[in-house]
Design a protein around this ligand. Structure first.
Ligand code: BJW
Ligand code: ZN
Length: 254
């Protein structure tokens, strides 16, 4: 971690003084568990396929087997990972600060597996497929699929009610965010006096607007990221380091 100990201490003091906290996470939160981010060069999930080829409804309708197979590969990869010390630090912190709101863009379930409850998933979940026609939820078996690196073509399962195609329960480009979660997150960002933003490139809207909303309403913004992002310009504390290294130190009980 190349965060100076003085900025870490100052950020800890800001957290101690805060009454209403939002923790906002992106793909970098799960990177050290072994889940690839989206935009990191070479390792990013879209290094081989452009986003439009996979993460849109049109792409799914054009080639359901390609898209479903890619998501099954990602689900199998995530099932083989574990939450890290940063996920656990957030879960423990939330138990001590019951009013803290955890908002994630991640479609993995690593926050929940670390013990966090009431996680607001803005971009859905890889574990909640639904029917494209009647929206009825589908279900996966308890088996852990073993998929080849990068995925293979797999025909999507059919809906038990109407025989429509099941789709991944994620939010694709051009789709609205789940309204209940989005409203809750927006109000929490407007009302909080401190937001901790971890591992997001801050490029995908409307979620990327939450930190600016918080700052506009007077909140202190702490960013944890090894790289620069557009949020560097508005954050009060830029802790340059990884989620697994910085979070346990930043959130430890004292
Ligand atoms: C570490 C680390 C470590 C690494 N520790 N950190 C023009 C202007 C404004 C908006 C738009 C526009 N054109 C189109 C739009 C709208 C579009 C959008 O924002 N596009 C932009 C890309 C320009 N948004 C939408 O379409 C949204 N819907 C919407 O707007 O609805 C209204 C509407 C309706 C009808 C028509 C049009 C609009 C929906 C967005 C859905 C996003 N979905 C995805 C895919 C989910 C499914 C899947 O998983 O496949 O969600 S996109 C992808 O990006 C995923 C992520 O949640 C999201 C954000 O990415 P994130 O988390 O920031 O990850 P990365 O990879 O970008 O960054 C990782 C960061 O971690 C980096 O900074 C690293 O440095 C850091 N890091 N290791 C800490 N160890
Ligand atoms: Zn159906």
């Amino acid at each position: 971690m190349n965060t100076s100990s003085s900025s870490l201490t100052q950020a800890q003091k800001a957290i101690q003084a805060a009454r209403s906290i939002v923790i906002f996470t992106g793909a970098g939160m799960s990177a050290e568990s072994g889940v690839p981010t989206f935009r990191d060069a070479m390792t990013g999930l879209w290094a081989r396929f452009p986003a439009e080829a996979l993460a849109t409804y049109d792409a799914y309708i054009r080639d359901p087997e390609l898209v479903w197979g890619w998501y099954e590969w990602r689900r199998s990869k995530i099932l083989g990972t574990m939450p890290h010390a940063g996920h656990c630090a957030i879960a423990e912190f939330s138990q001590r600060h019951e009013s803290a709101v955890l908002v994630t863009q991640n479609v993995d379930n690593l926050h929940e597996r670390a013990g966090s409850a009431d996680v607001l998933h803005l971009h859905g979940s890889l574990f909640a497929p639904r029917c494209i026609d009647c929206s009825q939820p589908g279900a996966f078996s308890d088996e852990h699929p073993q998929e080849p690196e990068g995925g293979r073509r797999i025909a999507p399962p059919r809906c038990k009610s109407c025989n429509g195609l099941l789709r991944p329960g994620v939010v694709w480009f051009g789709e609205s965010l789940p309204q209940k979660e989005w409203q809750h997150a927006k109000v929490a960002a407007e009302k909080c006096d401190l937001m901790i933003c971890i591992g997001t490139s801050g490029l995908v809207y409307p979620a990327a607007g939450l930190p600016a909303t918080a700052v506009r309403n007077g909140a202190t913004l702490i960013q944890i990221n090894p790289d620069e992002t557009p949020l560097n310009a508005i954050a009060h504390f830029n802790l340059h380091g990884s989620a697994r290294n910085v979070l346990p130190k930043l959130l430890r009980n004292r």
